[in-house]
Design a protein around this ligand. Structure first.
Ligand code: SF4
Length: 499
C-alpha cells in the first residue's frame, strides 16, 4: 500500500516524527507491489483522513479521488500501462508517490498494518508478510520498528484520531503476522462505535449476505434484495455489516452519515434488531435525519408503523412481463420495434457474452456514453449519478463471476458499442443492473435490451425488473415507455424525531 520509496520516515498524525525507516529505499525502488492493486475495490487501497485528504488535494490530487472528504479510501484509477489499478497519487512512469511528504498514515505504517484480529474483537498491529523485502530478511529490524510504532499507536492523541476513522483498521488478513494487541485502541473504538464491531463488507462476505437475504424471505420482488445490487457500490460507498440480535444488518457510511440500505435480515421478528440498529445510527450520526432504512418492502410497512417508525414511499421498481419485452408486439411498442428492425436491417450487430478482456473497451464506451449524456444537458442529480457510477461499473467488470452477474456486449462490425449486466433475483425474475450503449447508433439501446430480455425469457424468466428510476424524470419516462406490468412499492423507514 505504501509507495515504492514511501515506506520510510514515520510520522503518525504529528505525534511522532523521525521514527526509523522500516524498509530501505533501495529495496522499495526494485519492488513492484506497493501502490498497485488488482481490483478497483481492493480492501488494501489507502484510507485518507479528512486532514490527509486536504493536504493531498493541496499537493495536486483531485478532490474527486475521494468519495467522502471527511475520510475515505482513495478511488483507484485503471493502470494506463497494463492490468490492474493504481493509487492516483502514484506516478507509474517514475514509480514515485506524488504526495510522498504528505502520504497518509495508512501508507506510512506499511509494511505494518492496523487490523482486527481473526475473531474481530481486538485491534492488533500486524506485519504484512507479502511485502517482498520483509519476506527475504530476518524480521528483527521489523520487530524493533514495530515496538517504536506500538508506543506511538497507544498515545492518547493517536488513539483518538484513529477512533474517529475506524476504517483505518482493516479486516483481519491471514497473510499478516500478528505482532501485538492494541488494547487502548480497541477500547477507544468500542466506546466510540459500540461493542458490536461493524465489519467492512468484502467479497468473502457475499455468501453470508446471500444466505441472510434468502433466510429473511423479505424480497417482495425488489431488486435490492440481492448481493450484487449492493456490492457494486462498495468501492464508492463503503458497506459495513454486523450481526445484531440474530439479524444481519448492513450499513452504508455515506458522506452525510450512516444509514441502512436494507432492513435487518432476520428470519424472525425485527423489533429488537431494528431498534438496536437505529440506536447505533443515533450514536454515529447524532440526531441527524440521515439515519434511515431504505428498500423496505410493502409487507413490512404495517409492522414498522406499529413499532412507531415513520415510513414514506420512494420510487418503485419497474417490473415487466418478459414475454412483452421479448416480442415488442402491438402498437404500444411500435417505436421500440421500429428501432430494433432498423438495427437488424442495417446488420453487423451481434450480442455476445462479456469476457474480462472486454473491460478496456467497456471502460472507453462508458466514458463516451457519459460525455454524450452530459453534452445533452443531464440535470445536476443525473450528472452526479453518472460520475458516481464509474466505480460501480468497474466493480461489475472486475467481479462479474463472484457476483453471479451475467454480462453481454453488443458489437457492431466487431467494435464494442454496448454492454449490459444483470442477475437472477429469483427463479422467475431477471434484473437489469447496467446498460450502456453508444447513443450515436440509433436503436442500439433498444436492440440490446430486447435481446437481453429474449435471452432471459429462454432461460425461464417470466418477469424483467429494471430497478427504480432514482427520482430522475428522464429515467422514469423511459421505463414507463416499456409499459411495466407492475410497479413494486418500496419505502424508507426512519425514526420520528422529537422537535
Ligand atoms: S498515497 Fe503514495 S504511498 Fe500511498 S498508495 Fe498512494 S502512491 Fe502509494
Amino acid at each position: 500500500m505504501a509507495a515504492l520509496h514511501a515506506k520510510n520516515v514515520m510520522a503518525l498524525t504529528g505525534a511522532a516524527r523521525g521514527l526509523p525507516q522500516a524498509v530501505p529505499n533501495s529495496a522499495c525502488f526494485h519492488c513492484d507491489v506497493c501502490c498497485r492493486f488488482p481490483d478497483p475495490d481492493s480492501a488494501l487501497r489507502p484510507y485518507f483522513t479528512d486532514e490527509e485528504i486536504a493536504s493531498a488535494v493541496d499537493r495536486g490530487l483531485k478532490a474527486s479521488a475521494f468519495p467522502d472528504l471527511n475520510g475515505s479510501q482513495v478511488t483507484l484509477v485503471p493502470n494506463p500501462q497494463g492490468e490492474g489499478f493504481l493509487c492516483p497519487a502514484f506516478e507509474s512512469t517514475t514509480g514515485r508517490c506524488l504526495i510522498y511528504d504528505q502520504r497518509p498514515l495508512d501508507c506510512r505504517l506499511y509494511p505494518l498494518v492496523l487490523m482486527w484480529n481473526a475473531s474481530h474483537d481486538e485491534v492488533v498491529l500486524g506485519w504484512d508478510s507479502t511485502c517482498p523485502y520483509t519476506k527475504e530478511h530476518v524480521p528483527d529490524s521489523i520487530r524493533r520498528h514495530a515496538d517504536q510504532v506500538l508506543a506511538v499507536l497507544e498515545e492518547q492523541s493517536t488513539v483518538r484520531r484513529i477512533a474517529d476513522h475506524p476504517r483505518l483498521v482493516g479486516r483481519f488478513q491471514s497473510e499478516a503476522l500478528v505482532l501485538a494487541p492494541l488494547p487502548g485502541l480497541t477500547q477507544a473504538i468500542s466506546t466510540r462505535w459500540g461493542p458490536e464491531q461493524c465489519r467492512r463488507l468484502v467479497l468473502e462476505d457475499l455468501s453470508r449476505l446471500k444466505t441472510a437475504l434468502d433466510r429473511s424471505k423479505m424480497c417482495g420482488s425488489l431488486a435490492a434484495y440481492s448481493a450484487p445490487y449492493h456490492y457494486m457500490w462498495n468501492a464508492l460507498l463503503p458497506y459495513w455489516w454486523m450481526d445484531l440480535e440474530g439479524a444481519l444488518c448492513l450499513f452504508i457510511q455515506s458522506p452525510d452519515g450512516w444509514f441502512m440500505p436494507l432492513p435487518p435480515l432476520a428470519a424472525g421478528a425485527l423489533t429488537r434488531p431494528l431498534n438496536k440498529a437505529f440506536g447505533l445510527m443515533r450514536q454515529w450520526n447524532g440526531a441527524s435525519a440521515v439515519s434511515r432504512v431504505e428498500n423496505v418492502p410493502a409487507v413490512l410497512v404495517p409492522a414498522l408503523v406499529e413499532m412507531g417508525y415513520r415510513v414514506v414511499p420512494k420510487s418503485p421498481d419497474y417490473v415487466y412481463r418478459a414475454d412483452d419485452l421479448a416480442r415488442l408486439a402491438g402498437d404500444r411498442y411500435k417505436s421500440q420495434r421500429a428501432l430494433c428492425n432498423r438495427v437488424e436491417r442495417e446488420g453487423g450487430m451481434v450480442v455476445e457474452l462479456f469476457h474480462p478482456r472486454d473491460r478496456a473497451a467497456c471502460r472507453a464506451l462508458l466514458h463516451k456514453w457519459r460525455s454524450q449524456k452530459l453534452a445533452r444537458g443531464a440535470d445536476p442529480l443525473a450528472a452526479l449519478l453518472l460520475e458516481d457510477s464509474v466505480s460501480a461499473h468497474e466493480v461489475a467488470w472486475s467481479h462479474a463471476s463472484e457476483l453471479q452477474l451475467t454480462g453481454s456486449v453488443l458489437r457492431r462490425n466487431g467494435t464494442l458499442c454496448g454492454y449490459t449486466f444483470g442477475y437472477w433475483l429469483d427463479r422467475q425474475t431477471w434484473c437489469v443492473l447496467l446498460e450502456v450503449t453508444d447513443r450515436t447508433i440509433p436503436g442500439s439501446a433498444q436492440f440490446l435490451f430486447r435481446e437481453t430480455c429474449r435471452h432471459a425469457r429462454t432461460e425461464g424468466a417470466e418477469f424483467i425488473n429494471t430497478m427504480d428510476d432514482s427520482g430522475l424524470t428522464g429515467l422514469r419516462l423511459s421505463k414507463e415507455a416499456y409499459h411495466p406490468a407492475a410497479r413494486i412499492d418500496s419505502f424508507v423507514c426512519s425514526e420520528i424525531l422529537q422537535p
